[in-house]
Design a protein around this ligand. Structure first.
Ligand SMILES: C[S@@+](CC[C@H](N)C(=O)[O-])C[C@H]1O[C@@H](n2cnc3c(N)ncnc32)[C@H](O)[C@@H]1O
Length: 295
């Protein structure tokens, strides 16, 4: 369990986020494990639902498998050309790389609050395979293990289709999404593990869903992945690292908020099976929702 005295307030965490969040450490902590396990992700997507523990490795495996499944459903149901926005990309663009391999996806905009994360994505966009250094997250290996992409075609398609990496602040709906809304409207908005970290409460979380609705074309898709019933998450990855408060959301509440904000829910994938605490966060499960804009 987290030491309560080590949990920062929202304002404190947002102010110090840039100093403590290390994009490379984040990638190694959540996604690096997948590079160590032989073909761990080629199992059918439902297998993870039977796994008893819920920690950083299971959380990212669950997300990867089920986002892949969800992305396939969304992108085969939609006609192109499709413009995609990802909110809170952080240093992670695995699912966006996969989306870029679909012919109907023509442009992708990434966004994050932190300059270090935006720079990390810029580095992927501008690097060549020969630029790789030891200790850096190995995207070619990740994509080969997970998607069977032996020739790094996913990195290339992402480089071709990612048109911008923008600043976004989801805790400030007045002006924090201006840079990304100026590039809209979009056909697909994705966001993974970000809304409950970057908003103060359920009221702000729901208003953000409403903002996503206004940035989508009618019929457009929202793909939202978030952690359920989470009270804290780490901002750094040290043993005694700082933890920030998160918005505690339940499956029922998220579904209601999405519908109240003008969406029809097309699909939900739920994982609610925790039997042990994780040092990284205390969420009880995860939810992936695909919803389409009604009006
Ligand atoms: C847990 S990470 C998720 C990163 C990535 N989407 C993934 O799935 O691995 C949360 C992200 O939210 C971003 N974030 C935190 N506060 C934010 C805010 N107020 N506005 C926008 N992004 C924010 C962080 O910089 C970080 O990249």
């Amino acid at each position: 369990m987290a030491d309560e005295s080590n949990i920062q307030s929202f304002e404190e965490a947002q102010q110090s986020y840039g100093d403590v969040f290390d994009p490379e450490k984040y990638m190694q902590s959540y996604y690096g494990e997948m590079l160590k396990t032989e073909n761990c992700l080629f199992k059918p997507w439902t297998d993870v639902l039977d796994e008893p523990h819920y920690d950083a490795v299971h959380a990212s495996r669950f997300k990867m498998r089920n986002m892949k499944f969800c992305i396939e459903n969304v992108l085969t149901a939609m006609k192109g050309p499709l413009k995609v926005l990802d909110i809170g990309t952080g240093p992670f663009c695995g699912n966006l790389m996969y989306m870029s391999s679909f012919d109907n996806v023509t442009s992708i905009v990434c966004s994050d609050f932190l300059e270090s994360c935006r720079n990390y994505i810029h580095k992927i966009l501008s690097s060549k395979p020969s630029d790789k250094t030891n200790g850096q997250f190995d995207w070619s290996k990740f994509n080969e293990r997970f998607y069977g992409d032996a020739n790094s075609t996913l990195i290339d398609s992402f480089r071709n289709k990612c048109k911008a990496v923008k600043h976004v602040d989801i805790s400030n709906l007045e002006s924090g999404l201006k840079e990304v809304s100026d590039l809209g409207p979009y056909d697909v908005i994705t966001s993974e593990w970000t809304f409950s970290d970057g908003t103060r409460d359920r009221v702000e979380y729901e208003a953000l869903l409403g903002k996503c609705n206004t940035m989508l074309n009618i019929g457009g898709s929202l793909i939202l992945s978030d952690v359920l019933e989470e009270n804290f998450a780490v901002t750094s990855f040290e043993e005694d690292g700082k933890r920030m408060r998160c918005v505690n959301v339940s499956e029922e509440w998220i579904r209601g908020a999405i519908e109240r904000q003008g969406f029809a829910i097309e699909q939900t994938i739920l994982f609610f099976n925790r039997e042990q605490d994780s040092g990284y966060f205390d969420g009880l499960g995860e939810l992936i929702v695909w919803a389409t804009k009604l009006k």
